[in-house]
Design a protein around this ligand. Structure first.
Ligand code: SAH
Ligand code: SF4
Ligand code: F3S
Length: 455
């Protein structure tokens, strides 16, 4: 009975969770579920959660507080609601969530969501609370239903032109601050044939740009159609050969796995966009070693040189942590110096957050909260200058823009430049999903304005 039941999904955290949320709601659609934007209408509510920093994890509990009222209200009207916690908090906290939040009916980890329809059904029919955070033997991607090919816009505004595709999951790097190896498990690469197949289905839907995702995407080593091991560079080249696909991106990379063939792809594969997110976390070698990042600041510099040689206009992006245990003012200054030297087009910076079960959380010399805040402010000030400068340098140039959605203002379109900057321009709706040259006329802190040159 299609369309008789409703599912509401709220996503926290990284792009991989965005992808997982799509797959989770798609997995319920053969059972008659359609998506809704309002939890009040939903028979199943899914919070797809993130555990990376304390703040992210705590958001779940405030959200659950709100859901409790909605669930009570629905019950008064004779309707049931299965409240589900999925994602990385589910994996990390498991049954604790059930104990702490009576409103929760189902806890499902990131490796078990191919069993979601069955779990939801059991939660409803057996009216008991269920926790499934096993790392099953079977490959969840092989068990999930195929991607739905539909031209109907997704709720909350279409992201049809651009799609995520998880190619690799998990992480074996064990950086001492990070929960991901515990929440997502060991590294696993999906086979090439199933990825190309999924990409073709996305293209049939109208997708023009695919971002290949992995916690450590450049460590990708999936089985090729010929049985040999493929690198990410090889996969990117194969994606580039798909007819109808115009742009390929990938994220997130680790400096340690930035192979020469991947760097060369930035020179040789025209559809690979000139943008690279390459976290360096800290500028001081002592801190990098304590983080278990497996590289020094000089090795990172050398890598950036190589990448810029291969693709001189590449936009670089990074992640940085301030206030890792033991970080001194001098060491923090080395982070600022590296930022100044490289000049990132974009960056994400965070105060170190001690995470349960990680080695860094047990280190003695934790940095005081006010020191972290002050360092973060200084760092973000510098990063903002660089981002604005990168954006301002685009003014006067004409760049190809993939239009993805309507803007907030009437008659305005929003798309992305090759360098991933949001670009606003006046234009008609029929340009959505197309790549059009845009002359950049102005720039802001985080976006560009432009005029469409030719359609
Ligand atoms: N796999 C990616 C990062 C995934 S997590 C990589 O290796 O680069 C995204 C970012 O969150 C990290 O790059 C790091 O900057 C930040 N992060 C992770 N754990 C953190 C913690 N405990 N406190 C603060 N920031 C953290
Ligand atoms: Fe976390 Fe490090 Fe793995 Fe990235 S490489 S996911 S920061 S452990
Ligand atoms: Fe968060 Fe899990 Fe992604 S902890 S950053 S949602 S892999």
């Amino acid at each position: 009975m299609p369309g008789t039941k409703k599912v509401f999904v709220k996503t926290f955290g990284c792009q991989m969770n965005v992808y997982d949320s799509e797959r989770m709601s798609e997995s319920l659609s053969p059972y008659g579920f359609t998506q809704t934007d309002s939890p009040e209408d939903a028979d199943v509510v899914i919070l797809n959660t993130c555990h990376i920093r304390e703040k992210a994890a705590e958001k779940v509990y405030s959200e659950l507080g709100r859901l409790r009222q909605i669930k009570d209200q629905r019950r008064e009207n004779g309707k049931g609601t299965v409240v589900t916690v999925a994602g990385c908090v589910a994996q990390a906290e498991g049954a604790e969530i059930i104990a702490r939040s009576p409103v929760v009916d189902l806890v499902v980890g990131p490796q078990s969501y191919h069993r979601l329809p069955d779990l939801v059904f059991r939660a409803q029919s057996e009216s008991r609370r269920i926790v499934d955070t096993n790392f099953p033997e079977e490959d969840k991607f092989a068990k999930l239903p195929e991607r739905v090919v539909s031209n109907a816009p997704a709720p909350g505004g279409a992201r049809l032109a651009s799609a995520f595709l998880t190619v690799q999951e998990g992480c074996d790097k064990f950086c001492t601050f990070c929960v991901v190896p515990y929440t997502r498990g060991m590294e696993f690469s999906r086979p090439v044939a199933s990825l190309l197949d999924e990409a073709r289905r996305l293209i049939e839907r109208g997708v023009r740009e695919i971002t290949l995702l992995g916690q450590n995407v450049n460590a990708y080593h999936g089985e090729g159609p010929d049985g040999s091991d493929w690198t990410l560079a090889k996969l990117i080249a194969a994606m580039g050969d798909l007819e109808g696909l115009e742009r390929v991106r990938y994220t997130t990379s680790h400096p340690h796995d930035m192979g020469d063939d991947l760097i060369a792809a930035h020179r040789d594969v025209p559809k690979l966009m000139p943008y690279l997110h390459l976290p360096f976390q800290a500028g001081a070698d002592r801190i990098l070693a304590a983080m278990n990042r497996k590289h020094t600041a000089d090795q990172y510099r050398a890598l950036i040189d190589k990448i810029r040689n291969a693709r001189p206009d590449i936009a670089l992006s990074t992640d940085i942590i301030v206030g890792f245990p033991g970080e001194t003012e001098t060491e923090f200054a080395q982070t600022l110096a590296l930022v100044e030297e490289i000049g990132f087009a974009q960056a994400f910076s965070f105060k170190y957050s001690a995470r349960p079960g990680t080695p860094a959380a047990k280190m003695d010399d934790q940095v005081a909260e006010d020191v972290k805040s002050e360092r973060l402010q200084r760092l973000q000030g510098l990063l903002a200058v660089h981002t604005s400068r990168f954006n301002a340098d685009c003014v006067g140039r004409t760049v190809p823009v993939l239009f993805e959605r309507m803007g907030r203002q009437e008659g305005q379109l929003v798309g992305r430049s090759p360098y991933l900057q949001p670009v606003h321009a006046a234009g008609e709706q029929d340009l959505l999903g197309r790549i059009i040259p845009v002359e950049i006329s102005g720039s802001g802190a985080n976006s560009l304005m432009g005029v469409i040159r030719a359609a």
